[in-house]
Write a protein that binds this ligand. Structure first.
Ligand code: GUN
Ligand code: ZN
Length: 427
């Protein structure tokens, strides 16, 4: 049966050129999104839609927007969030690697996968891109749970064969074989998409990065994700392991991992050469503000990266990040920009969470907007969800102001409902 979600429809058309660029967004005050079979048939004035034989769900006066996309997080790190007092390498060794070791147990992975997708949907995120643990079963648990809920989910098992506890190591060959089996089973099955995931250069031998190179070359429709230039000690250690390369990115470049489907988490401390290579290869720099502040990694230079023509995505980086919410994430992104005397206008912030992240994944025909033919992944947003927000909203008169209230004060309480392929799914 067809259904119509009624409310104030907001959908991005393009990247806003400035803080007030409303030409980048479609806004329909009394709008409706007509849905059938998990897809959007139309988003239009409610009065222009035929309601006969159609269920109408009235979400007025709330906003209806494309579901959020989180382009970098770690499904096995839910129990790492909020681990005290360490910067990246200690944080990995003291907290993160021990937590990931537990994913050798498929039952643990299955239990956490349920919690993970609950938390995504509670926060309005309809498409996550996840690093799973080194264990093949962790990726199986991730994709199986996503499939059960019909979620468009991207992810992959991490490749790591050194500099980690024994229980977290694969080998170049087992990484290659496991990844190939996972691609065969899950890539493009239903709404799942596979991401080849060498964790970062520190935890992969050159032999393993060669295997990653082969996987990327042999599977051109898969994605590639890794970590880049997050922390100064990490960079120094990386260059001591790969001294023959000009810089950190040069390692991934050498092994053929870059390109339009490459997602490089953090990308904070970059040289001019590295920025040129990112731009020239159409790779994506992934901004993870809550993580970068929490682990003390540094300030992502959003303006520099954008002006250099590098594609940008935004992400929570759970469990280095401290919130599952893309609203909280963009609040911190705003502050990271403020500390560098840069701006992050709300129209741009909401563009990044939706259409911008979809474009970073090359999935803008499927998700990230409310165009006819898109998948019906939709979030319902209430900018007056708490007493403090309602009070603040008394003075708000424009859409950008309202979005900025959501960005600065919003969290999962502002997510009234999350629709996954047209079905209400907020836990
Ligand atoms: N670098 C390598 N692995 C990780 C990880 O799990 N989290 C973060 N923040 N950085 C990493
Ligand atoms: Zn990460």
């Amino acid at each position: 049966m067809k259904k119509i979600l009624r409310g104030r429809v907001v959908s991005f058309i393009s990247e806003p050129a400035n803080a007030d660029d409303l030409s980048a967004v479609t806004y329909i005050e009394d709008g409706g999104i007509l849905i059938e079979g998990g897809a959007i048939l139309a988003a239009a004035e409610f009065s222009d839609l035929d309601t006969t034989g159609t269920e109408v769900i009235d979400h007025r006066p709330n906003l209806l927007m494309a579901g959020f996309i989180d382009t970098h997080n770690h499904f096995p790190q839910m129990q790492v969030v909020g681990s005290y007092g360490a910067q990246l390498l200690d944080w990995l060794n003291n907290y993160t690697f021990p937590a990931e070791t537990k994913f050798v147990d498929p039952e643990h992975a299955e239990r956490i996968a349920v919690k993970y997708f609950d938390e995504m949907l509670r926060n309005g995120t309809t498409t996550p891109v996840a690093f799973c643990s080194v264990h093949k079963a962790s990726a199986e648990a991730y994709f199986a749970e996503a499939e059960r809920r019909n979620i468009r989910a991207l992810g992959g098992k991490v490749l790591m064969d050194r500099n980690a506890p024994e229980g977290l190591l694969d080998t170049p060959q087992s990484a290659y074989d496991d990844t190939n089996e996972l691609i065969a089973e899950w890539h493009s099955r239903g709404r799942g998409l596979y991401v080849i995931s060498p964790r970062f250069a520190i935890t992969s031998t050159p032999e393993q990065l060669e295997m990653a190179q082969a996987l990327v070359a042999e599977n051109p429709t898969c994605y590639m994700q890794t970590h880049l230039s997050e922390n100064h000690d990490e960079i120094a250690y990386t260059m001591s392991l790969y001294p023959e390369h000009p810089d950190y990115l040069g390692i991934y470049e050498h092994y053929g991992l870059l390109g339009p489907r490459a997602l490089l988490g953090h990308s904070i401390h970059l040289s001019h050469r590295e920025r040129s290579v990112l731009a020239d290869t159409d790779s994506v720099a992934v901004f993870c503000p809550t993580s970068n502040l929490f682990i003390g990694s540094g300030l992502f230079n959003e303006e520099r990266i954008r002006k250099d023509g590098i594609r940008i995505a935004v992400a929570t980086d759970i469990g280095g990040g401290t919130s599952y919410s893309m609203l909280r994430t963009m609040d911190e992104a705003y502050k990271v920009c403020q500390l560098q005397n840069q701006n992050l206008p709300p129209l741009y912030a909401f563009y990044l969470m939706t259409l911008g992240n979809a474009k970073a994944l090359g999935l803008e025909s499927d998700i990230g907007n409310l165009d006819a033919g898109s998948e019906a992944d939709i979030v319902v947003l209430d900018a007056s969800a708490t007493p403090a927000m309602a009070l603040r909203m008394e003075t708000v008169t424009t859409l950008p102001e309202e979005l900025f209230v959501l960005q600065t004060l919003g969290d999962d309480r502002s997510i009234v409902e999350t629709y996954v392929a047209g079905v209400a799914a907020k836990p």
